[in-house]
Design a protein. Sequence first.
Length: 408
Amino acid sequence: MKGSEGIPSLKLETLNKLISKLDKAPDMFFSNLFPTVQYDSDTIRWEIEYGSAGMTPFVAPGTVAPAVGVDGLGEASAKAAFYKEKMYFDEEFLNNMREPGSWATYQSAERKLARGTKKLDYRIQRRREWMMSQMFSEGAFSYIQKGGAKFTVNYGIPESHKVTLTGNDAWDVVHADSNPVEDIFDAKRILADDAGVSSLVAMCNSEVLKVLMFKSAIQDLLQKSAFGNGDLFAQPAQVLGTLLGVGPLVIYDDLYEVPAYLTGPVTGGVTTVIPVDDASDFAVGGELRFYNMAQVNIWEDSTISAVDVELGTVTVDTAPVNSYIAGQDKVTMKKKFIADNKFFMFSTTQDGEKVGEFMEAPYGNNRRWGKFADTKDEWDPEGMWLRIQDKGLPVLYHPDTTFTYTVY
């Protein structure tokens, strides 16, 4: 008997039962809002439909009923995204799980397994949430396909539903005369005219909320309404949502972290083009944090000015002060699911059905759907890998039920 063999907690059925019982990662707004379904292949196809809700016509008695289509106005398709991650547990951990010297030692190993499993599970949940947030707020996102090719799925949101506010229309503090109230009502009118929807969810993060709170147009409205400044500062999302007539105003500040290891040396005070093992999720404007992995709690930050996914590089505006070692040291970027300059609205339903879903695709030799955990023993150095993987893609059936402002 060797490796993970014979350890009850490491049986696949036990691990996957544990994953199914873990709580949702905090603030998984989109993942909780829309259903998950199983699709029969890894090429996801879905019907799309534009336009307002229809109505049955009058006909003369005794005549044939006119037919109405049930398949929408067109079909979209894309390969499902595949994502997975693994974590290493050494031989000491395995020995503690198999023949614990004491109950405390065994419990410590169990807690380590539970923490590792939960971390992997939360990270894979956040990948799903990221895809769904990008679908609604950006209308597209990119991912890696077989052979390392980069693929972008575009959900067909009309260009008139994706507006960038510039000049005096921008909502930032520099442009004091901009009018978010008028902009939001214009967007509501477009959604009502194009898709026939009026029951909306509005979303932004706290940065945009702060801008809205101090806009003169909104302060003027507050003086004429039942709300006073005290209510605005005590319950800003509720007050602004009611004032602007957008239903719930959801303030979404949840973050995700993008990690990468350095694939080349970084020389302090010199290197601004940072080589990393995967640059696909880094974004311009994000803060790149450099970690010296040989020391505890030692880091420094620079702002990302460019990203080249093909070359695997991230460019920063200022070179870090210290030097960092390839293959040992790492960088990270924390980023919000909803960008600091986005305000968007969408309807969750159209004609009584959800406007979107997450479709799980089959993968693996056993043709499985959804999250799945498995293990593999390592010979040298001895230990075990715990892996969690998943495959799927969010779909949007009614692309004209969402509207996004890039507000500055």
